[in-house]
Ligand binder design. Structure first.
Ligand code: IVH
Length: 666
């Protein structure tokens, strides 16, 4: 065979094997026998080995992986990988529908899909070729697992057809089907290894194996559920998935359009029982607004899109006896009642304690000590009490009297309006709050100070520190007086504290432990207020104006900075040299929009909404989320909601088009 003939034959074999792969793994409809398939594969493999100069990166022979070790590089997602809000009953779903209808005042369709219970993946395709597979990670950056992903036969390495965008991402779920899970479990037990707790753990564990040849043997499967990028084939999520199917992806055949929430509800009811006949696990249903422009109009909250939600199926329940109730005090002073239970087995573990949430929940379920209760283990690690078996209730069980005072410091508890939880207000003197706040400050995602939890407790109990700022005046000699500290460990701690002074500003905001200010909110705040002084001066209105920050968070931040003890802590942190500002010199490029507040609504032709928002900030303007009398311009795109227009007219706000806006700033 001449080289030219070999090249032709290689091309032919690759094409044929790709087709057979697709028939077998995506369509479940093989047209040749396994033996015939193996023969073609062997022929291709030997030709490729003979001509190693011919690129084989997308060849079907690559599906078997290789024995070289993967070391996963962390990479940023081009578009963050969001999670979904959860609902557990039809009423909550109706609330979701109502929220959407408040924003978009036109007819629209939903798409209903299975919520596959595996591990999510983002696949990037350039010119129809799979170039990268990234795990979800923290949603912003994940592990590059391309080599492992390539072994999954239902993921196309090369797309069929030619009408795909030059570059786009396909998001999906990698699952281990029941059959493979059972096989793997048996194999692991036979080898004396611990089997995986469930197919989800097995899928994510397999995807992170360092040897891709091992991954290939696990027979993972991948279903895709979302397409992302510019120049997508259509403006309909449903149609895009149909396109993806044409290009060779495995799109679950169960996806369906729904005209309204009643149809969604029918779909849920059907799958609630039918799910047990599927080849893989699902833990719920996902409901999405079909139209991509409307999706953009609805936008995102801090962590999840407003245009989609999941409906979670009920988890496994077991019954056991409630022996007593403890009350735990968290770092923010929140009181959580915890049930002590007669030990019981659920979802692979023995459970002795379960959350009772709050006083309302105890009252609502009428839970009494001595009752037989049902407990449930959902997605969360901590199980919860969900119902009481009243038929088994012994006579004369007294109602639970909820505590009125902190179990730790005896301060009278408070409960703010609209709050489900009781709080101990003794923020700076209640021991678990003092310790909890400092432990939070130490934690990896906060200031990342090396030291075990026991260290914090010991330092507090020895009277060396009482709040986070005290850490920066710790003396080596004081530490050495403590039993646990040798010179080396004292130096390590002090060095680590010194190093913490320069962690990025948004992490310091998170470290302060302000109620409701988690990592995501801290990042948003840091973007808007470049120094702690700016933040301290912000009022509730200004904070709530920021997209993704609601009244509750705004109120909590303002009340934190009003407290004199917080102010004194901040001052001490400043004196110690903690970097309470961002170095990002994100100065506006012009001041053409200085002092102007602008609301963006609708979808645009030339730029995306995020790009326009950035332009507003770059030119000294401020983005507002809703039209008020303080708004200067309403930047109106296509399909803008009539309520925004009405408001603009009512307040005399000037309405400008994308082109008019561009004229102002260019
Ligand atoms: S849509 C912005 N659709 O559920 C779009 N997610 O909390 C967000 N999942 O980690 C995801 N099946 O891995 C979507 N049909 C489906 C899904 C699905 C499973 C997973 C996904 C994500 C989690 C959402």
């Amino acid at each position: 065979m001449t080289k030219k003939e070999a090249i032709n034959r290689i091309e032919f074999l690759r094409k044929a094997l790709d087709e057979h792969n697709h028939n077998y793994y995506v369509l479940s409809n093989p047209t040749i026998t396994d033996f015939e398939y193996d023969m073609l594969m062997m022929e291709l493999d030997s030709l490729e080995k003979k001509y190693p100069e011919i690129d084989n990166s997308t060849s079907p022979t690559q599906r078997v992986g290789n024995d070289s070790n993967n070391n996963f590089i962390q990479v940023f997602h081009k578009f963050p990988m969001l999670s979904l809000g959860n609902t557990y009953n039809i009423d909550e779903l109706k609330d979701f529908d109502t929220r959407i209808k408040k924003i978009i005042e036109q007819e629209f369709d939903y798409v209903t899909e299975l919520k596959l219970d595996g591990t999510s993946i983002s696949l990037t395709y350039k010119n129809g070729i799979l170039v990268q597979g990234i795990t979800r990670g923290d949603g912003v950056k994940g592990d590059d697992v391309t080599a492992n992903v390539k072994t999954i036969r239902s993921i196309p390495l090369k797309l069929k057809g030619n009408d795909f965008p030059d570059e786009f991402e396909m998001r999906g779920e990698i699952v281990l089907p029941h059959k493979e899970f059972d096989r793997l479990s048996k194999e692991r037990i036979a080898n004396g290894e611990t089997p995986f707790a469930n197919p989800r753990n097995a899928a994510s564990g397999s995807l992170k194996l360092i040897n891709s040849a091992e991954v290939a043997k696990r027979n993972l499967d991948c279903y895709v559920y979302y397409m992302l990028g510019e120049n997508l084939p259509t403006k309909s999520h449903f149609k895009n998935l149909e396109k993806a199917r044409e290009w060779g992806f495995k799109v679950p055949e169960q996806i369906k359009k729904a005209k309204n929430i009643n149809e969604v509800s029918k779909y849920i009811k059907f799958w609630d029982t039918e799910r047990f006949n599927l080849a893989f696990d699902i833990d719920g249903i996902v409901i999405k607004v079909d139209d991509l422009d409307l999706q953009e109009e609805l936008g995102l909250t801090a962590k999840s899109p407003r245009w989609a939600i999941s409906y979670k199926f009920k988890a496994e329940q077991v019954e056991t006896k409630l022996l007593s109730i403890d009350y735990q005090v968290g770092r923010t002073g929140a009181i959580t009642p915890v049930a002590n239970l007669e030990p019981v087995h659920i979802a692979g573990t023995t459970v002795k304690r379960a959350s009772l949430h709050n006083a309302d929940q105890i009252e609502l379920l009428d839970i009494r000590v001595g009752d037989y209760v049902f407990i449930e283990k959902g997605g969360e690690i901590i199980p919860k009490v969900v119902a009481v078996n009243k038929e088994k209730r012994p006579e004369n069980l007294p109602k639970v009297e909820y505590i009125t005072h902190c179990p730790e410091c005896k301060t009278r508890l408070v409960r703010d309006e609209g709050e489900a939880k009781h709080f101990c207000p003794n923020e700076y003197a209640c021991p678990p709050q003092i310790i909890g706040k400092i432990e939070h400050f130490f934690s990896r995602k906060a200031m990342n100070i090396a030291g075990a939890e026991a260290t914090v407790k010991m330092l507090v109990e020895a009277g060396l520190i009482n709040n986070i700022a005290d850490l920066y005046s710790l003396k080596r000699d004081d530490l050495l007086k403590l039993e646990r500290f040798a010179e080396k460990s004292a130096d390590n701690l002090l060095e680590s504290i010194e190093k913490s002074k320069t962690v990025p500003y948004h992490r310091i905001i998170y470290s302060l432990g302000i109620r409701y200010v988690g990592e995501t909110v801290a990042k948003i705040i840091a973007k808007h207020f470049k120094s702690i002084d700016d933040l301290m001066q912000a009022n509730q209105e200004q904070l709530a104006e920021i997209d993704e920050i609601g009244d509750v968070i705004a109120k909590s931040i303002v009340s934190y900075f009003k407290d004199e003890k917080s102010i004194s802590i901040i001052n001490k942190l400043k004196e110690a040299g903690v970097k309470l500002y961002t170095e990002e010199t994100n100065k506006p490029k012009s001041d053409k929009l200085k002092g102007l507040s602008i609301v963006i609504s609708g979808s645009f032709e030339k730029y995306s909404r995020d790009e326009l928002k950035k332009m507003i900030e770059d030119n000294g303007g401020k983005n507002q989320s809703s039209v008020s009398k303080k708004t200067d311009y309403l930047l109106a795109g296509n399909k803008i909601g009539p309520s925004k227009l009405e408001k603009a007219e009512k307040f005399g706000v000037k309405i400008i088009s994308e082109d008019e806006f561009l004229e102002i700033i260019l």
